[in-house]
Write a protein that binds this ligand. Structure first.
Ligand code: ZN
Ligand code: ZN
Length: 146
């Protein structure tokens, strides 16, 4: 997306266009992953374009409320912002906390009995496991010791 497209993106949602907002949107547009506000601040600091942390917190919240970014809870219960806006599920490594976006074909999740009269608008599925990297490092412990 170009800068002017990003700007239209904000305007369509009735959001004022500011430099930090455009830069943030650009970041989410070009980066994949799940970031804490501190990690995002660090990226901008390293790029020589620091954004004040309060501004960052506030804009992330606004973006999230307007559906421009997603939210996911990290390994230690911390809030992370998700750059992937396509519907997806998460694979979580119980060893290192790594999160991977995966697309699952979900079965019909309409509740039977209680909740049958709800209109279901979405589902969050999280699978837990051990990532390939952790499988490698954890392998020696899995072998029986002599
Ligand atoms: Zn892992
Ligand atoms: Zn994700």
């Amino acid at each position: 997306m170009t800068l002017s497209e990003l700007q239209r993106h904000l305007e369509r949602r009735g959001l004022r266009t500011t430099q930090p907002r455009l830069r943030l949107l650009q970041f989410f547009n070009q980066t994949s992953g799940h970031f804490t506000p501190e990690e995002i601040a660090e990226r901008f600091r390293l790029a020589g374009e620091p954004i004040p942390i309060a501004t960052l917190y506030q804009n992330l919240r606004v973006f999230s409320e307007h559906g421009l970014i997603g939210e996911v809870i990290g390994h230690s219960g911390e809030l992370r912002y998700d750059t992937n806006l396509n519907p997806h599920s998460h694979l979580r490594c119980t060893h290192c906390g790594d999160l991977l976006d995966v697309v699952l074909s979900l079965p019909d999740l309409q509740p039977q009995g209680l909740g049958h009269d709800w209109q279901i608008t979405g589902a969050r599925v999280e699978l837990q496991g051990i990532c390939p990297a952790c499988q490698t490092t954890a392998a020696p412990q899995l072998r029986p010791t002599l």
